[in-house]
Design a protein around this ligand. Structure first.
Ligand SMILES: [Zn+2]
Length: 200
C-alpha cells in the first residue's frame, strides 16, 4: 500500500529519497504548480541544478527518460513517468517575498522560497541562495517574439510525475502559493497536492 502524503495549499514538505527509490508527485486537483528541489544527502551543498540540467539535456523541458543533474553535473533524478501533458518549467526562479512586493503586495505573502527554507530548517541544508526549482506542471511557453508567457497548467486532477533517485537525495516540494498571476489554475487559486515514495 502506497502512503499518499498531502501537502496543503501554499505549503511545502521535505522527503528523503534513497538511491533507486522513486517519488511520485500527484496534482490532486489539477492546475497546481509544484516547485521541486533536490539536495544530495551526503553533501547538501550539491543540489539539483536547472541550468546545468538544461545543458545536459539540451532541452528546456524534461521528458520521460530525462536525467536531471546537480550543480556538479552529476545525475540526481530520472523522470520515469509523466501522466500529465508533460509541460514543466526549468527556467523560473522560485517565488519569494521580493517577487510579491514587485507584484504590488504590501503584506506578507506565502512563497516557495520560504517554504523551502522551512522544509529544510532541521536538515542542515545550506541555502546561501535559492536554487532554481524544477517548476512541475508550470505552463510557460514562448511566443513568436520570444516573449515568455505564463498560462495556467494543463495538468488535470490526478495527473502525476515520477522521479527515480540516482543517488540518496533530500527532495523538497512546495505547492506554489502564487495567486496574483495565472501560474496556478482554478482562477489563480492554490490547491493542495500529494506525493508518495515507492520502490518500483
Ligand atoms: Zn511559488
Amino acid at each position: 500500500m502506497k502512503e499518499l502524503i498531502a501537502i496543503q495549499a501554499r505549503s511545502g514538505a521535505a522527503a528523503t529519497l534513497r538511491a533507486g527509490y522513486s517519488i511520485t508527485i500527484v496534482n490532486t486537483h489539477g492546475g497546481q504548480v509544484v516547485d521541486m528541489w533536490a539536495f544530495c544527502a551526503d553533501d547538501p551543498s550539491e543540489h539539483l541544478s536547472m541550468p546545468h540540467s538544461v545543458v545536459y539535456l539540451s532541452r528546456i523541458k524534461p521528458a520521460v527518460g530525462s536525467v536531471l543533474v546537480s550543480n556538479l553535473r552529476k545525475p540526481m533524478l530520472c523522470l520515469t513517468q509523466d501522466s500529465s501533458p508533460g509541460v514543466h518549467c526549468m527556467l523560473f526562479a522560485a517565488c519569494d517575498p521580493a517577487r510579491y512586493r514587485l507584484l504590488g503586495c504590501t503584506a506578507h505573502h506565502d512563497n516557495c522560497a520560504d517554504n523551502l527554507r522551512r522544509a529544510v530548517a532541521a536538515l542542515a541544508v545550506p541555502l546561501p541562495y535559492i536554487p532554481t526549482p524544477l517548476n512541475l506542471f508550470m505552463n510557460t511557453r514562448f511566443d513568436d517574439d520570444r516573449v515568455m508567457r505564463i498560462e495556467p497548467p494543463e495538468a488535470k486532477a490526478g495527473d502525476g510525475v515520477t522521479f527515480r533517485a540516482e543517488r540518496d537525495c533530500i527532495i523538497v516540494l512546495s505547492a506554489c502559493p502564487q495567486d496574483l498571476v495565472p501560474v496556478n489554475g482554478h482562477g489563480c487559486t492554490p490547491t493542495s497536492v500529494a506525493y508518495f515514495v515507492h520502490q518500483d
